[in-house]
Design a protein around this ligand. Structure first.
Ligand code: XMP
Length: 520
């Protein structure tokens, strides 16, 4: 837990798929909150955390099972508002003297409409203005008797206790999920809840920056920190924040594996070393990586080689830094939440992702993760707050293995040169047409096939390439970007005219799934 001086709201997680969205809604209200799995929430934890309000999340369990998750009873003795959502509602009823029953008759999944009760409730300010409210239900069990002190404030056809509350104790319980967008007015309930709890909405990015800097100084003391800088948004913002907190106690390592985009290494080095005066080791390891990749064409083999070399190289440079005790990482909030997931079971590996996992233990380094509490868009906001140019912060994601996974088949230096050039033309086109910010990611893949063409009076026999541009929210699913035919035609002409080595351009219109965004 960061040493935050702001009022805090505690979300006790019972394993719902959408708990993160509760945090999202609260962040939008400038309220500081933390999600903690129910197992960690003990009496002493609660005393330390001192929440100004508590939310009990949904979850897959059934309170009817004695072994199902519970918050400590003391949650209800803190004298702060408590909001129970779905499973949280049932746990509240069960623990406060109501009754929950299993019953398929009332199982309700998906859209439902809640009708207002007769009494008024502060939580519902602004609700029911246009009649019934649409909500999102997802529950199997149902409350059959509400706890003493509670009154009904809203019903749906299958949930007679859709909204209940004990206003005197400021306990609120809803059967549905106000945090998802299928409950269109759900954000209003959170706004009312935090206002009632007395939050002032002072948790802004400026405040976060100050808190994070103080926390980094307290954690690191006089020791040295190493940070792997890729030029991506997360590692760049991490580096900027650390630099502001501890100045020269930070050394960044930028590994050039020879698989970067046009001018990328120069831009990153100029930006951080020359502009911001951050100590930066520019590790030029192009020969090493390209040497080991020589002759390799299997996608997984390529990824594994790059991942292994990256760790070796990073370790080599990091071990030269005296008194290095910490490794800084741009871990984000969604990564933290995933690691406390309840569903268990590893998911299938589609592609081996490139990261520095295992490195801290191997080197005996402790982790500094100053972005652990932020969502991606908040990281961008913090980057702006720290003075990084908007154009840099808005850059499309670029994968760790770089151009290697955009060059199916064998990787050769001449092919990489052609690819870099074509990619630069494509991105230039996108920027010129004002489309860059509408697109999640755009790039060129060079195909392992040569085709015949004709230019001027001569025959050509050059590579074909594929343009890839997708829209996405989180990279998990994606759709191809619907460029106009004019745009595609103009771009193909420019690539063929300007890039020596390409004589055919195709546009990849595969969505994800079934495709992936990268080609390998
Ligand atoms: P795919 O190709 O799996 O990519 O649809 C989804 C998103 O992840 C990025 N990506 C990576 N990022 N290391 C990374 O840091 C990797 O190994 C890696 N592989 C894919 C990809 O660019 C897209 O944004």
């Amino acid at each position: 837990m960061t040493d935050i001086t702001h009022d805090r709201l505690l979300i006790i997680d019972f394993g719902s798929q959408v708990t993160q969205l509760i945090a999202r809604r609260l962040r939008e209200l400038n309220v500081y909150c933390e999600i903690h799995p129910y197992q960690n929430v003990t009496d002493s934890f609660l005393a330390d955390f001192a929440p100004k309000a508590v939310i009990l999340s949904g979850g897959p369990a059934s309170v009817i099972n004695d072994a199902s998750p519970r918050p400590p009873v003391s949650v209800f003795e803190l004298n702060v508002p408590v909001l129970g959502i779905c499973y949280g509602q049932q746990v509240m009823m069960h623990m406060l003297g109501g009754k929950v029953e299993r019953g398929h008759g009332t199982a309700e999944f998906g859209r439902a409409f809640v009708t207002a009760g007769t009494a008024k409730l502060d939580l519902l300010d602004g609700w029911f203005m246009q009649g019934d409210e649409q909500v999102w239900m997802s529950h199997g069990d149902h409350v059959s008797r509400i706890a003493p002190g509670f009154t009904v404030y809203g019903t749906s056809p299958n949930a007679p206790f859709a909204i209940t509350a004990d206003p005197a104790r400021r306990f609120y319980a809803v059967q549905f999920h106000p945090e998802v967008h299928h409950t269109p007015n759900g954000a209003m309930l959170y706004k009312n809840f935090v206002e009632m709890a007395g939050f002032s909405g002072d948790w802004t990015m400026g405040a976060y920056r100050e808190d994070a800097i103080a926390a980094i100084r307290a954690q690191v003391g006089a020791a040295h920190v190493i940070c792997g800088l890729s030029g991506g948004v997360d590692s760049s913002v991490t580096a900027m924040l650390l630099h502001e907190a501890i100045g020269d106690q930070l050394t960044c390592v930028f590994v050039d594996h020879g698989l970067l985009r046009q001018n990328e290494a120069e831009e990153v080095v100029a930006m951080f070393r020359d502009n911001y005066n951050i100590k930066l080791i520019h590790a030029d390891e192009r020969d090493l990586f390209l040497g080991e990749l020589d002759g390799q064409s299997d996608p997984e083999t390529k990824r594994k080689i790059i991942g292994r070399l990256f760790i070796d190289v990073f370790q080599k440079y990091a071990s030269q830094i005296e008194d290095a005790k910490f490794l800084a990482q741009g871990t984000l909030y969604p990564d933290v939440i995933e690691s406390v997931s309840f569903s268990g079971g590893p998911s299938v590996t589609i592609k081996s992702h490139h990261n520095v996992g295992g490195l801290p233990e191997k080197m005996g380094l402790k982790l500094v993760e100053p972005l652990r509490e932020l969502f991606k868009d908040e990281v961008r906001e913090l980057g702006v707050e720290l003075g990084l140019p908007k154009s840099f912060i808005g850059r499309h994601p670029f994968p760790g293995p770089g151009l290697a996974i955009r060059c199916p088949g064998e990787i050769t230096r001449p092919k990489l040169e052609i690819l870099r050039h074509a990619d630069a033309v494509f991105i230039d086109q996108i920027r010129k047409h004002g489309l860059y910010d509408d697109i999640w990611q755009a790039f060129v893949a060079i195909l392992p096939v040569k085709t015949v063409g004709v230019m001027g009076d001569g025959r050509t026999y050059d590579y074909a390439c594929a343009l890839r541009a997708v829209t996405s929210v989180d990279g998990m699913t994606a759709d191809y970007y619907p460029f106009s035919h004019e745009f595609l035609g103009e771009t193909a002409t420019r690539i063929i005219n300007e890039v020596e080595g390409i004589n055919r351009v195709t546009y990849d219109i595969t969505s994800k799934p079934p495709g992936t965004i990268e080609w390998e």
